[in-house]
Each structure stands twice: as structure tokens, then as C-alpha cells.
Design a protein around this ligand. Structure first.
Ligand SMILES: O=C(O)C(=O)C[C@]1(C(=O)O)C=C[C@@H](O)C=C1
Length: 168
């Protein structure tokens, strides 16, 4: 990791960025459980009221951060989750899969995991906000995300999630 840290970032900075990427990965890692619960129940992948609720919540929790940035970031995490859920369900459909025998309950087991990650992600955004537009950060994120942000079939969900950082 040290070799890929650009001169514009300290090692401590790079560790904060890694922590953000790990949390993005942990959030994306929940998507297969959501996809399974919805596969069994037949519920739609897209749930706009649930997204609206989370967005309202994060904007009030994100004091000091630009609300537009926070919304954009979380919307990208939803979009990444939906892309991964869609890929998985398309695959299961193509395989003619039946319902899964054992799935976690969306409301009782799965969404609480996402809700626990939300304030941790906000903290990580606070700690990395000023680093994101430094020269070299983009390349650092690209390199590190290949190792840290998995939970992913073809790289599309990861790309969508990272677009939410708005790193140019
Ligand atoms: O909770 C769900 O139903 C999910 O599919 C997860 C999630 C999210 O990432 O938080 C993603 C898509 C939905 O539109 C709502 C929320």
C-alpha cells in the first residue's frame, strides 16, 4: 500500500481513505443478502421510500459536510447496491433458481446492518473530505479499491459506488 501513496497524502491520510473504501465494501457486501431476501419475497429491488428515509437521515447527521455531497455519496451507494442486486438476480433467473432455503429477514436482520454502517460512513466522509480532491488521490483510490472494494461481479457496482466520491 505504501508504494501507491502519492506525495500529496501522508500515510495517515491514506489510512483514512482505506477506511472509507473498507466501509464502502462492507455496505456493498450486504447487497447479496438483500437480493436473496427480495428474490424470495418477490419485492422490487428499487425501494424509493427507503432511500428517501436514509437520505433525510444522513443529511441531518452530516453536520459540517455539504448536504449535496452527502446525498450524492449515499445515492451512489444505493445505485451500486441495486446494480449488484440486479446482476445477481439476473444470474439466478438465467439459472432457473428456486427460492433460497435460508435467507436473512430484510427488515429484522439486513437493514439494521446497513443502518449501522451509515454513521460510520459519515464519519469516514468527514475524515477524508479534504483529501479527495488532492492530486494523486484519484489514482490512489483506483488502485486501493481493486483490493478493498469487492462484493462485486464485473466491477460495475464498485465503479458506481466510487463515482459517489466525486473524485475527478
Ligand atoms: O433496503 C433495501 O431494500 C435495499 O435494497 C438496500 C438499498 C440501500 O442500499 O440502502 C438499496 C436499494 C433500495 O432502493 C433501498 C435501499
Amino acid at each position: 500500500a505504501c508504494q501507491s501513496v502519492p506525495p500529496s497524502l501522508t500515510i495517515a491520510d491514506s489510512e483514512q481513505i482505506d477506511q472509507l473504501l473498507i466501509l464502502i465494501d462492507q455496505r456493498l457486501a450486504v447487497a447479496p443478502q438483500v437480493a436473496k431476501a427480495k428474490w424470495n419475497s418477490g419485492a422490487a429491488i428499487n425501494d424509493p421510500p427507503r432511500e428517501k428515509l436514509i437520505l433525510e437521515d444522513v443529511v441531518t447527521q452530516a453536520d459540517g459536510l455539504d448536504p449535496a455531497f452527502v446525498r450524492k455519496f449515499f445515492q451512489a451507494q444505493f445505485d451500486a447496491s441495486k446494480a449488484l442486486q440486479q446482476e445477481l438476480q439476473d444470474q439466478w433467473r438465467a439459472e432457473g433458481r428456486d427460492k433460497f432455503d435460508q435467507v436473512a429477514d430484510l427488515g429484522r436482520d439486513v437493514r439494521p446492518v446497513l443502518d449501522k454502517l451509515t454513521p460510520q460512513l459519515i464519519t469516514a466522509l468527514h475524515r477524508t473530505r479534504s483529501l479527495l480532491n488532492r492530486p494523486g488521490t484519484r489514482d490512489y483510490i483506483e488502485t486501493r479499491s481493486l483490493q478493498l472494494v469487492r462484493g462485486d461481479i464485473d466491477g460495475k457496482p464498485r465503479r458506481i459506488a466510487l463515482l459517489g466520491l466525486g473524485v475527478k
